[in-house]
Write a protein that binds this ligand. Structure first.
Ligand code: PLP
Length: 355
């Protein structure tokens, strides 16, 4: 399909001028957006337009039944100024898994990559170069058909928007404090936990807000049946280093199969660091913390890449991990991944896709 391009006027005033030194996460958007519609049984009208608010019917089904999915990936600026995506095909594959689960029509993954690159060619100047900063890419699908009544929509909008970002957590690459949630659940077997559906995130807001009021940056979710097995954090997969082995929850359908998670496990294997995908209970974590066998914990996700965990709060008791400092394995994995993403280390695994 040919992508129609309608650019901003060359001398237009930027909607969101950027100050690279003060970039936070998610509040600044670039000048253009990619859009494509689904109606009459097919995706059509791919186009790049100036970034602007949409017109939606108040009856648009996404507003009533949350039929929406999204992805999150990043574009990094390499030292030679080239733009690089990190494993983008994996994001588009996961978008289609989400689409299937949410009864949204399949999208051509190769075409989505082409559309992302086209958009980046136009808004490439927005990719920041300051260390730790990047351009966050948000592909999204929403059900636009006006209809009140529960069934899959017959009309959708797919769009890709871009946002120059700094660190996801205000702490940057520094240990974060995590609250272990033992009442609310994020996902259940057969539910939406393994896909990126807006509805999952909406369901996690209250518990996250309550933890934030207690001073915690993120929540660690436990399984919905027993509230004993560790699952993941709001936007990251989780790891515990016990006896020098990284332990992370298995992909059993209730957590997101993180692309960074897959990269962490590959890098660990290649660097000779032992890693296990197995169920781990909060009791085992607390026991190994007490006996000194738990030496590090970290989270992984596109937004924060690797985030060290300094302490866990469970049942009103705070358990410090690794003296609240960044651990050796956490730092090694961070250096390797960030090195590849920013073009400072060789990409031997074919993860980097130049624009
Ligand atoms: C719930 C959840 N878990 C894990 C992750 C990490 O996934 P990825 O590494 O693909 O960004 C994310 C972020 O997308 C997430 O939202």
């Amino acid at each position: 399909m040919e992508i129609l391009i309608h650019k901003q006027l060359p001398n237009h005033k930027k909607l969101h001028p950027i100050d690279e030194g003060a970039l936070g996460f998610g509040d600044i958007y670039t000048d253009h957006i990619f859009k494509m519609d689904y109606f009459e049984g097919k995706w059509q009208n791919p186009r790049i337009e100036p970034f602007a608010p949409f017109v939606l019917s108040p009856a648009a089904m996404v507003l009533h039944y949350s039929q929406t999915i999204f992805e999150g990936l990043k574009c990094y600026r390499h030292p030679d100024r080239k733009l690089a995506l990190f494993r983008p095909q994996d994001n588009f594959k996961r978008l289609n898994s989400s689409a299937w689960r949410m009864a949204i029509p399949y999208l051509d993954e190769e075409f989505l990559l082409q559309a992302t690159k086209e958009l980046l060619k136009i808004d490439g100047d927005w990719v920041p170069s300051k260390p730790g900063s990047s351009l966050y890419i948000r592909p999204t699908v929403i059900a636009t058909e006006p209809h009140l009544g529960v069934r899959p929509a017959k009309e959708y909008l797919f769009f890709i928007m871009l946002s120059p970002v700094g660190p996801y957590y205000p702490e940057g690459f520094a240990p974060i404090k995590i609250y272990v949630e033992d009442f609310y659940s994020r996902s259940a077997p057969g539910g939406l936990g393994e896909i990126k559906a807006g509805a999952s995130y909406a369901g996690s807001l209250l518990a996250t807000e309550l933890a934030s009021q207690k001073g915690y940056t993120q929540l660690l979710w436990l399984d919905s049946k027993t509230h004993k097995l560790v699952e993941e954090v709001g936007s990251m997969n989780m790891y515990f280093v016990i006896d020098d082995t990284i332990v992370t929850a298995p992909l059993t359908g209730t957590i997101l199969p993180g692309i960074t998670r897959s990269s962490v496990l590959t890098v660990a294997k290649d660097l000779g660091i032992k890693a296990e995908e197995r169920s781990i209970s909060i009791d085992e974590i607390l026991e190994t913390q007490k006996s000194g066998r738990l030496t590090e914990s970290f989270g992984s996700g596109t937004a924060a890449v690797i985030s060290p965990v300094g302490c866990l709060c469970y049942n009103d008791t705070v358990y410090e991990i690794g003296n609240g400092k960044i651990g050796k394995i956490t730092q090694t994995i961070y250096d390797e991944l960030v090195g590849i993403q920013y073009g400072l280390k060789e990409d031997t695994r074919g993860w980097v896709e130049l624009v």
